[in-house]
Write a protein that binds this ligand. Structure first.
Ligand SMILES: [Mg+2]
Length: 190
């Protein structure tokens, strides 16, 4: 059985922990929570670059004595603390050869989030996509057509347009508050 994991809000507490930490580090640098959040709401939706986000805010607030790189480092150094430890333990047990990671977003920032979180060695393949995950998911299903391929994501949109007829081995799990239980049940069936 193969497993394809999403990163943000599945393996990694992006919304709950990283985002809060970003605001905290920016606040320490002199950018208020409100200013940062208002600006985030304005630019979100596109490909989010943390470096550009910090740069823009420091410029906006006319903060010259603090370097973007230092704020960025403050933020990113905490990545290992934000992983979903229970899920990562499961991944470790499943084995590298059975686990893929497919995450959505801006390439540099998301690649670095995965690297800095320390879990990259647990996956046989890591992909950062800026659009649909369909192509990669279906390629993995085709490669392992005699095995079940379980795709775990917290965003239902990523399940749209997947060709379940052509890839009957594909199964999706929506990673909501029952996500971990659903995954454990699926693993126990194997
Ligand atoms: Mg996600």
């Amino acid at each position: 059985m193969k497993f394809i994991f999403d990163f943000d809000d599945v393996l990694f507490y992006n919304t709950e922990k990283l985002k809060r930490h970003i605001y905290l580090c920016l606040d320490n640098a002199g950018v208020s929570y409100n200013t940062a959040e208002t600006y985030y709401k304005k630019i979100r939706g596109g490909e989010f670059s943390l470096k550009n986000f910090i740069l823009d805010l420091l410029k906006k607030e006319k903060i010259k004595e603090i370097k973007m790189e230092d704020v960025y480092e403050d933020i990113m150094s905490k990545c290992p603390d934000f992983i979903n430890k229970e899920l990562v333990d499961i991944v470790r047990k499943l084995g590298k050869e059975n686990c893929y990671l497919v995450t959505y977003g801006e390439k540099e920032f998301n690649k670095e989030k995965v690297e800095r979180s320390g879990i990259a060695p647990l996956f046989c393949e890591i992909n950062v996509v800026s659009g649909s995950k369909k192509e990669i998911i279906e390629r993995i299903c085709a490669k392992h057509k005699n095995e079940k391929a379980v795709f775990i994501d917290d965003v239902p949109k990523h399940f749209e347009n997947l060709d379940f007829k052509k890839y009957p081995n594909l199964k999706t799990i929506l990673f909501d508050d029952k996500g971990l239980e659903k995954l454990k049940t699926e693993i126990s069936k194997a």
